[in-house]
Design a protein around this ligand. Structure first.
Ligand SMILES: Cc1cc2nc3c(=O)[nH]c(=O)nc-3n(C[C@H](O)[C@H](O)[C@H](O)COP(=O)(O)O)c2cc1C
Length: 192
């Protein structure tokens, strides 16, 4: 599968087969992640691979947190559904930034440095999704983990900052492509 095929075939998958993913495939996904470019080659990413009860513990934390947001009358959007998908998927890979982005910034340059890190982590996650697609696996990029960002980090006793979860498994659905604005609509092309 060439790169454009992987890019165009990838979909967000929200139903997975009840089938384990071989460890070698997860290793390939992680290898693809760390080959991403990063600002100053800082590689501002850490990964926690969760399966079985270890995964369920994190889903429990997320569900509890989403429930308390709801009890407080706050909107929780897709978070319950994302937690359900994490519960159902055989593997969830948490993606963390060891340099953190939410501290008080000394100045604008420090803030911009954090944006660089965030872009780098995004590149790593996209590599993961594309590698998984090429391996016949489905994925879902999940930022609803933000509903329990601090709680999940505390659970692992880490100071790293949780940025996303990636659910991975064999797809049990094949959704059509979701709509996109054509590139012509979102591009300004200036010549000479
Ligand atoms: C940064 C980011 C965060 C996302 N977070 C969630 C999420 O928490 N839950 C969810 O169901 N989908 C999530 N998605 C998936 C998007 O909904 C999906 O990519 C979008 O609707 C386009 O569909 P496609 O991925 O099939 O092309 C996220 C995607 C990105 C890039």
């Amino acid at each position: 599968m060439d790169v454009f095929e992987a890019i165009s075939q990838r979909r967000s998958i929200r139903k997975f087969e009840d089938r384990p993913v071989p460890r070698e495939l997860i290793e390939k996904i992680l290898h693809a992640a760390i080959l991403a470019p990063s600002g100053k080659n800082a590689q501002p990413w850490r990964f926690i691979v969760l399966e079985g009860e270890k995964k369920d513990e994190v889903v429990d934390i997320l569900e509890r947190s989403v429930a308390s947001f709801k009890e407080a009358g706050m909107q929780t959007g897709s978070a319950e559904n994302s937690a359900r998908i994490m519960r159902q998927s055989p593997v969830v890979i948490l993606v963390l930034n060891p340099r953190r982005t939410t501290q008080d910034f000394k100045d604008r340059w420090e803030q911009l440095g954090c944006l660089v890190d965030t872009q780098s982590v995004g590149a790593a996650i996209q590599n993961m999704l594309l590698q998984a697609t090429a391996l016949g696996l489905g994925t879902l990029w999940i930022c609803d983990v933000f509903y329990a960002q601090d709680e999940i980090c505390r659970h692992f006793g880490t100071n790293d900052e949780l940025l996303a979860g990636v659910a991975v498994g064999y797809p049990a659905e094949s959704p059509p492509p979701r709509p996109r604005k054509p590139w012509q609509e979102v591009t300004t092309w200036l010549v000479g």
